[in-house]
Structures are given as C-alpha cells and as structure tokens.
Design a protein around this ligand. Sequence first.
Ligand code: TEU
Ligand code: CA
Length: 559
Amino acid sequence: MNKIWWKESVVYQIYPRSFMDSNGDGIGDIQGIISKLDYLKELGVDVIWLCPVYESPNDDNGYDISNYQTIMDDFGTLADWEALLDGLHGRGMKLIMDLVVNHSSDEHAWFAEAKTSKDNRYRDYYIWRPGQGGREPNDWGSFFSGSAWQYEEQTDEYYLHLFSKKQPDLNWENQDLRQEIYKMMTWWLDKGIDGFRMDVINLISKDQELPSVGDGSSGSYHFGGQYFMNGPRVHEYLQEMNREVLSKYDIMTVGEAIGVTPEDAALYVGEDRNELNMVFHFELMDVDSGPGGKWDVKPWNLADFKRIISKWQTGLHGKGWNSLYLNNHDQPRMLSRFGNDSTYHKQSAKMLGTLLHTLQGTPYIYQGEELGMTNVQFNSILEYKDIETLNMYNEYIAAGHDEQVIMKSIYSKGRDNGRTPMQWNDGPHAGFTTGSPWIAVNPNYTTINAEQALNDPDSIFHYYKKLIRLRKEHNVTVYADYRPLMEDDHHVFAYVRTLGNEQLLVVLNFFETPADFTLEESVQYETKQLLISNYEVADDDDIRQIALRPYEARVYKLH
Ligand code: TEU
Ligand code: CA
C-alpha cells in the first residue's frame, strides 16, 4: 500500500455561477466562495475542484474560454482568485482548476486571427475543411444538437466544433498550439494550484481522415465518437503533457473521458503510464438512457448499476485509481435520480453518500449534494438556461415532438437540475443573492438549506462529515480491494473490502421496501464495529442476517 494524498482526499466540486453571490448581481462569484470557506472546512473536504472561472462569453457557462489567463469579470479578478487560493491553503485545503483545452471560445484571440485567412499563423490552431457538395465536410453531429461544423464565409471553409458553434475544437496536431497550452498550464501551476480537472480530454485527438459515419443517404447527423474518442494520438499527447508539465509538480489530475471502458481507462491512469491520475467515466451516467441517447430516458435497475460499479472496481484494481461520483454540473441530482427525493429524502441521500465514500477510489461531492439538493421542474422552457437543453428543445420542437414529452425528459436529465443556486438558508433566494439570481432557486429551499442542515445533528450534512472523517481514520476505506456480495440481488447492494487482516462490510438497501441481507459464510470475523449507519442499530445486532429498513445503510469494520 503506497500512501498517496489524492487517494485519501475527498474532492468538492464548485460551480461558481451557482455557489454564492457576494455583490447582488445574481451571479455567484469568487468572493462568494471565499465567504463560504469555513463551511467547506467544517464539512471536512480536502480538495476543491473549481469549474471554469476564466474570461468567457458564457455560451456554455465558462466552458467556452476566450482567455485562459484572466478571470471572468462576473466572477472577480485575479487578485480575488489569489485570495481564494490563499484562503484554501491557509485552511489546509487544496485547489484544482478546470482545464478546457479540447476547444476554446470563438472569441479567443487565436480564433479571431485564425478565421481571417487560410495563411494566418493561427489558422492551424483549429480544424478547418472545405465543404462537400454544398454541405458540411462530414456528417458528425454536435453534442449540443445540429452539425459539428460551422461555415465561415471569410475563407469559405468550415470549422469543427464538437460542442457549440462558439466552441471551436483546437487542433492538437499542431505543435505550437500544444506548447502554448503547456505554457499556460505551467503559469497556473506556478501560482500554486494543486492540479487540474481536464474537460473531455479523451477527445483531443481526431482521426485525421475525419470520415463520415453514415453513407450520406439520410442527410442527418450522427455521433462520430469512433473517430474522436480515444483518438490515435491521445496517449502521445498526454504523455508529452505529463513529461513537459505535470511530472514537475506534486499535483492531482482527473480527466473527463467520454465513452471509456475500464480497459481504455487503464491506459490513461495506469500507474506506469505517466498520463493522468484518474478519469471520470460515463458508464454509470448512461444507466438510464435508451438507444436514443441521454434524452431517451429509461428506468434504471440496480442489477445494471451494481454490475457497472463492480466492473470498474475490479477492472482498475491494482492498475489505476477510480474516481467516484454520482452527480456533477452536467447531471441530474443523484438523490432524484437514484434515491428518493420525497418520503425518504434523508435516508436515501445518506445511503447514496455511504456508497460513494466506501468504494475504492476518490469521492467527488458536487455542491449541494451534502444538503440533499434535488432536481427542479420549471414550468416554462423560458426559465431554463443551459445551451444543451435549449438546443435540444428547439430541435425536437422543430421536428414535431410533443412539448410535454420534451419537458419530462428535461425534468429528469437536464443539466440545469444541478445548476440551481446553492440553498444557504430559508431567506429570499435561499440566501444565494440579494439581487435576482441568474437561474431560479429550487422552491424547496425553505426546508432544504445549509442553515437548517448545520443545526440538525441528524442532517445529511453531518452524516457526510462523518463519512469524510472515516476515510481519514480508517485506511481500509481508502485502499482495500473490493468484492461484491449477493451479486444477483436486485434490491440490496453489498460488498466487502479487504486490506490485510481488516475488512469493511458495506450493506445498502437501495429501495423503500424492506429487504433481507444474508452475509455469506466465507466472510469470517471475530469482532465487528459499526462505523456508520443511517438508522439506529443495536450493538449486538446479528450481521449474518439483517432485515434492512427503507434505504438503510450500514458500514462495519470486521477483524
Ligand atoms: O462535458 C462534456 C460532456 O460530455 C457533456 O457536455 C455532455 O455532453 C452532456 O452534459 C451530457 O449529455 C464537459 C463539461 O463538463 C460540460 O459542462 C461542457 O458543456 C462540455 O464539456 C463542453 O466543454
Ligand atoms: Ca456576483
């Protein structure tokens, strides 16, 4: 067991726009975050992942960067950011920054130059192709609806944008571009940051043929992932980045990786690979999507859910390190999706939290998760802000889909579910702003809010505190291996983790109906200690046979 700080850490993700507004303009900002550092310290998290705070026209809330080395006016100044870094370090916490280098904004100075002429020195920083028979260069669709290509009149060519048309893809084939990115990363690292979360990093290398997916007969756009997910040179680029930048610092890195299997992931995070420390995979996030993609909502089932987690737990064991998350700024709230956000709000939030903090890997908490924040249902599409949601809505309406069906899919999958403001108290706009918030607050803030949670010793917040502390007190929660129990059970999720002569037994009832847990004979022990549970449990309770209550979670340490 090789002790490493980022394996023992708990990360807390901040979406700055929605965290805390300090000046009443309705937009969260850096001073707002600074005002809540003691709250984060109280929770006990070790690392903050800050979503993009760089200069941006905000077509995609900061994921469209127009200057990588300045702070967005809405959020504050570089001096504010430095105060944030100091405030975190002063409290013994670390900071990792979001690195968005698959694409820039079309308002970045490089792109402003690149589009002016074919021989501009920045032209090749982006991906340009002539049209094909009066149409786009190929049939790839954008993640945000429509074609992945945008026509530029000035030079009569198209540029590639896998996301919005205001997010042109950077051309990693170009060595100067790569060097500019490494220089920029070094600039931030020299300011003392503790690592990066890398946006869609497994998309940076494209098959240079840029082939179409279909035969052109349908005239529609297709997902071209096979030509840009884990592309031909991606590992070469990441090894170069590691050699020239990352390896020079004691930092952590986590790459967002769409469509990776554990085998793919091992190539990014393998301990002998010199690339990244962790990836965020999407397999679990696809568990409730039908063949039509994320908006094609289908019910999830625990068998699939368990199978995916077990596959990643065993697949990376001894090779690389897992990241553990159940929601983030792109996903619905985990409680509404995998738990119960009404009758068993508290119990199910704690149960899901128990899962996150007792698997092998580094847990990532998304802001508000520690309060049990839930999905939201706005009455009108006009209240939604997310470009992915709005583009899909417009496309589906134009194609004649039923409005109510579209709204239903937004209620369950839309990214704005996770982007409503943090609920600090039961005052106006949940204490997030004294002005009017950029996106409406979830109306349940009167009962679900931080002030309430801090005052209630039985709150989700206090339970999370305890979960976070467990990782500090018991190495077994961090480093032990994983073995699933009752694998075929569709109701109970249970596993045992072993490190030397210590074992951790985790038993979770995933539903509101009571369920029976039976501990198989092969798990032997002399003493048992209940580390945490979300119900009262008698000391002498027999763990060979447990009648689990709704959403009950228990963690035992066995010797
Ligand atoms: O996300 C990539 C990504 O795959 C999601 O946008 C995904 O397409 C969608 O949310 C689920 O269907 C990253 C960022 O996390 C996201 O916020 C950005 O919008 C995106 O990249 C582009 O930078
Ligand atoms: Ca503000």
